[in-house]
Design a protein around this ligand. Sequence first.
Ligand SMILES: [Zn+2]
Ligand SMILES: [Zn+2]
Length: 698
Amino acid sequence: MRHIDLPLSNCRLNKVGCAGVISVIKSEPVAFGGKQGGTAKHSLVPIWDEGCFFLFYKEGLILIKVTLKDGTVREAEQGIMILDFVKAFSNSLAKKVLSAKVDGKIMDLTTKIEKDCKMQFLTLEDADGLWTLRHTASHILAQAVKRLYKDYNVQLAIGPAIDNGFYYDFDINKQLTDEDLKKIEKEMEKIVKENSKLERSEVSREAALKMFEEKGEKYKVELINDLPKDEKITLYTQGDFVDLCAGPHVLSTGKVKALKLQSIAGAYWRGSEKNKMLQRIYGTAFGKKEDLDAYLTMMEEAAKRDHRKLGKELDLFSLHEEGPGFPFFHPKGMVIRNELINYWREVHREFGYQEISTPMILNRKLWEQSGHWDHYKENMYFTKIDDEDYAIKPMNCPGGMIVYKTQQHSYRDLPLRMGELGLVHRHELSGALHGLMRVRNFTQDDAHIFMMPSQIEEEIQKVIDLFDRVYKTFGLEYHAELSTRPENSMGEDDIWENATNALQNALDNRGLKYIINEGDGAFYGPKIDFHLKDSIGRTWQCGTIQLDMLLPEKFDLTYVGEDGKKHRPVMIHRVVYGSIERFIGILIENYAGAFPTWLAPVQIEILPITEKHTDYAYALKNKMFALGLRVEVDDRNEKVGYKIRESQMKKVPYTLVVGDKEMEVNEASVRKYGEKDSINMNVDLFIKEVQEKISKKI
Ligand SMILES: [Zn+2]
Ligand SMILES: [Zn+2]
């Protein structure tokens, strides 16, 4: 921050005839917020003249430095509104910007900036920009419901933006229907057209309580009462509607150019079954109609691929109320699971990993030592053995630490890579459970790597290579996200810097696409997340490489260095699939259930045309089975056309029809999944082709 106090000799004020105003000549424009003349404290006049920028002011002007995302630094008047700051760049940019990230926090464009800061403009291209837009859409939804259902005692609960959209929870004396959704959507469109400004105001706790009590909004009253004593209470007003909200929002309702209400669901107040069931309306919003249309088309496609639906149709897995969130794998699902595990073992063996297995139930003392007891308890399950407290592991790490400590390690052993397919249990709220995507027990394809600090970069590169190999096998594109040091982190500055640089260098060296999430790392180390893109354009976060400087400390891990002294290793936790259960869910949707041959639960289905071809069909099956292929015969007394259609429904990669002609010459009529025509092939050549596909993992 700096004051400008220029001698009056620099003054050009006579030229504009503005008494008491002096000018500053700068080579770059300065953003300004005041008006010409008037009584504003900093009365500013910008004038471009001969490539110079003149700034006139009455009193001492304070400039602050704003560092933009690309690293350039711009000066601005202290107290400038973000919107005016953006306008100083260009008006067309100002139209696009929805909100701004200031020192990591998303802010309204009407926020005034008072000190030097880092700023990123958020547009529709940014997830955070879209988030602001969608959050505003949730207010529009609440406003519309309030307007339409005056006679139904509408009380508002909460209305956040979520991935891909937003929702609002209502307590309302009416069962909402799809008809209502249409009506509400129309009213929302009206509110968008009204283009009301969203005005933020700070109020005292008393004033806020009084206001919401008068309105009869008991949920808002409860929310206010639960806020910490020193928390600022803010309201957002748009036209005739006010909501309790911390923001941020877009400037006006008119920015929400395209919206769609999608569904109604029941949701307990605060997610607890002890509370009242409210009605939740889900919707989505975009800044452009085309984006909404593209999204809706994708959602239709996604619904067709829903892994819960396909999982049932293909008989892969099931979920039961006897174990909510605990999936049951059926024989066919187990085939996929085992293929994934076999492949995992094959790749990890090649990359120099060893495999361990650690117990699922471990003593409380261990969880206290690891910090889980204090920081992760609400996600854990517990049990007692011989009157002592035990916990069911939510993570594999503490077990891995114990295994490391069973031996004295030398620097020559490092990096030491210990993989573990560990079944972990985590408590998730029942409302959050979703097929295989969100479960309460899952198998992490974990590994802990222990190394010297000097080995970080090279080792991370090896992990990236391994991830690349695995994701490419499934035809999944990906990008990485690097999360750097947060505030309140542990550890020395230079260790953090080295570690973060090592991660970044590794990404650069591999030429990977990545984005940086400043300050988003864990307090014990930076991390890289891998986001996979599926065949319909959705992204899924799967792999993680997490550097950890804390656990080696907590468990007093050491290795003997070249100097004969004990040193502290650095460790990483990493998963490639993430959760095997969830990865199967992603694959089902990615392939729409039509698995590549190497993964398909049934690879070949043989259909005898009549009973007299059945023996030949079984002879073929036995031959293929002996070679390790997954093959079935459909010898039901049905028409072959019908059986072919069923085989296609089951998405079997190869359907073989055998009749007289085929029997005579050791052939089969081969039809590949999704193709209309079949071709006659020599059985041995066919087997060879299938084996080759499997060995290439296609
Ligand atoms: Zn809000
Ligand atoms: Zn771990």
